[in-house]
Design a protein around this ligand. Structure first.
Ligand SMILES: Cc1cc2nc3c(=O)[nH]c(=O)nc-3n(C[C@H](O)[C@H](O)[C@H](O)COP(=O)(O)OP(=O)(O)OC[C@H]3O[C@@H](n4cnc5c(N)ncnc54)[C@H](O)[C@@H]3O)c2cc1C
Length: 437
């Protein structure tokens, strides 16, 4: 199905699937086009209501891998999962990874994704050395930071609107082990989280927040820090990864309620923190990289837990100034709702600037929360959250968004008019039409 992670319905009219890199596409139809990777975006950036999607699933070949220099060139529809299978045994890793490996490199570039190491690596766009862009006038442009610079900057984080990325070249990161050394610390409250963030020095860090907590416990959760280990690689049989399970069908809409979320959160905290840590002692764990970076990928189709209506994700970034007050206001608003968020993540972004004109990450704190789609009330709550973010001078992440208004989009992104000059006239998306109306 060609849908998004949060919106499990097909809305397009046609799908075209180029079978090879240089296959000419017919852009003469009156319809508008949008590239589609794995549909792992939560909202409508990968949807093209009543128009045409260009599926990149056949653009799935490796082109070049320089094992000495760590430079990889692949077609845009190759998934991160396949990339990791090839590069990790050779001692390389992607410089930036999102929380799932079921994404394409084209999709990662077009959303300019970030990971748990934004504070020291920036976004994926900071590591792209070149790519090719196929435009609806039939032209193909090789874009680098210095060649076709305007298209380079507009396409990184350009939400698929500047044309079809056919291949991507990326500079990888050297690693000496396929293991991650990590530790987890219990967060008592929001102030405690901010203190942990200020003092943390790990390569990777992220916090899981229990949004059901209120009062003195508001912002409680678990803080995870990690580094690439120097321990020897483990082989496949030693991975100790739980077998992947799959949610076979959409669960009834009422499955996720405040009580089940509360239960889940209590079990999650207990599992994440070892007994040693609960007693105030630090303990480190060595885990296979997949277990550390992609815990949710073990449950295939986990979005079905939210029922057949799907889910919304709300992800914002807010400036460091007044962060405590702003986060408190948002968490208070959410904790009072019946629609509790059971996957909520808080992270500090660093100040490494992406080349992308519409790139989302910027210095400050980013909060991501999932909510079941429950009609007008959920939309109203998301709009209220957006108002808080806008008043604080923050921004909303298009890859996760399904409700942001034109004015919130304009407040979030100051380069829209410069970006629009590079939009391909035959390309559009449901997201783009919504925020341009
Ligand atoms: C469990 C989970 C965890 C996640 N964690 C993170 C995270 O930590 N950080 C983060 O930043 N994101 C995260 N995401 C979001 C996800 O990484 C991004 O939405 C990613 O871009 C999806 O890639 P995709 O291949 O599925 O692209 P799609 O969702 O199919 O498309 C995304 C955008 O890319 C465009 N596009 C796709 N292919 C091309 C191409 N070849 N040429 C031009 N444009 C193209 C599409 O038009 C669309 O605008 C997460 C998602 C999930 C489900």
């Amino acid at each position: 199905m060609y849908c998004s992670w949060g919106y499990p319905f097909e809305t397009h009219k046609n799908v075209v699937t180029p079978n090879w890199l240089y296959e000419p596409l017919d852009f003469t139809e009156p319809l508008l086009y949008l590239p589609y990777g794995c549909g792992r975006s939560y909202g409508d950036v990968c949807l093209n209501d009543s128009n045409t999607l260009i599926s990149t699933k056949q653009l799935n070949h490796f082109i070049r891998f320089d094992r000495e220099a760590g430079i990889l060139c692949i077609e845009s529809g190759v998934t991160l999962d396949r990339v990791l299978d090839v590069i990790v045994p050779e001692g390389w890793f992607v410089p930036v990874t999102p929380g799932t490996r079921f994404v394409t490199l084209g999709g990662m570039l077009a959303n300019d994704v970030h990971g748990k190491n934004h504070h020291n690596a920036g976004t994926i766009g900071c590591h792209i050395t070149q790519f090719e862009l196929y435009r609806s006038n039939g032209e193909r442009h090789v874009c680098t930071p210095t060649k076709n610079e305007a298209l380079f900057k507009a396409t990184i984080g350009g939400l698929g609107l500047t044309g079809l990325i056919t291949w991507v070249e990326i500079k990888l990161k050297k690693i000496s082990s396929n293991l991650i050394s990590s530790n987890a610390v219990k967060i008592e409250c929001l102030e405690h989280y901010l203190e942990l963030e200020q003092n943390q020095q790990s390569e990777y860090s992220v916090a899981w927040i229990d949004t059901v907590a209120r009062g003195d416990e508001l912002g409680r959760g678990v803080f995870f820090a990690g580094e690439h280990a120097t321990a020897p690689n483990i082989n496949k049989s030693q991975k100790n990864i739980k077998k992947t399970i799959s949610i076979p069908f959409n669960l009834p809409n009422k499955t996720l309620n405040k009580l089940t979320v509360k239960l889940f959160n209590a079990v999650y905290t207990r599992n994440a923190i070892s007994n040693k840590q609960l007693n105030g002692l630090k303990s480190y764990e060595l885990s296979y990289y997949e277990k550390y970076f992609y815990p949710l990928d073990n449950v295939l189709h986990w979005n079905r837990i939210y029922g057949k209506a799907g889910l919304y994700q709300h992800q914002c970034v807010i400036p460091e100034r007044d962060a405590y007050e702003t986060l408190k206001e948002m968490l208070n608003l959410v904790s009072k709702q019946n629609n509790a968020s059971f996957l909520s993540v808080l992270k500090k972004f660093g100040n490494i600037k992406s080349p992308g004109l519409l790139s989302f990450p910027r210095s400050g704190y980013t909060l991501a929360m999932d909510f079941a789609r429950r009609g007008k009330d959920t939309v109203k709550m998301l709009e209220n959250l957006n108002d808080i973010v806008s008043s604080a001078g923050g921004a909303i992440y298009p890859a996760k968004d399904a409700v942001m208004s034109k004015s919130v989009f304009e407040q979030s992104y100051s380069n829209i008019s410069q970006f629009s000059e590079s939009v391909d006239p035959k390309f559009s998306s449901s997201f783009w039409r919504r925020v341009n109306n």
